[in-house]
Write a protein that binds this ligand. Structure first.
Ligand SMILES: [Zn+2]
Length: 119
């Protein structure tokens, strides 16, 4: 009798545990995505479409925003991120395409579209 009861307990428990674990990890992933990666351009305050990275301080800007700012201030544009230690004027040779961030933004936009369609 005792053996049969313990068999029942072990077969019933595992499925319940694994489903609740899956739910909690999905929620955590969403939270991390929103908090960790800044996808807004510090110049325009808009979501970046074509992100470029400053090779000196690793901050990201939208190509359109930073290009416009460089034209406007004629070579005296500095990194606009608050607390940034990089005080060199930005030039085009300091910027490189940020493929990783671009992929991330594309992915984020697709997820956003899906959510909107459901609404
Ligand atoms: Zn910076």
């Amino acid at each position: 009798m005792e053996n049969k009861i313990s068999d029942l307990l072990t077969t019933v428990n595992p499925p319940e545990c694994s489903t609740s674990d899956q739910n909690s990890t999905q929620l955590d992933d969403d939270m991390v995505m929103v908090q960790e990666v800044a996808t807004k351009c510090p110049y325009t305050g808009k979501e970046m479409r074509d992100p470029v990275k400053n090779i000196h301080c690793k901050h990201n800007y939208d190509r359109e925003g930073i290009t416009a700012a460089m034209k406007l201030r004629k070579g005296k544009t500095r990194c606009p991120v608050p607390g940034c230690v990089n005080d060199k004027p930005i030039s085009t040779s300091d910027l490189e395409e940020n493929h990783e961030l671009r992929l991330y933004i594309d992915k984020k936009n697709r997820q956003h579209d899906k959510k909107n369609r459901k609404m």
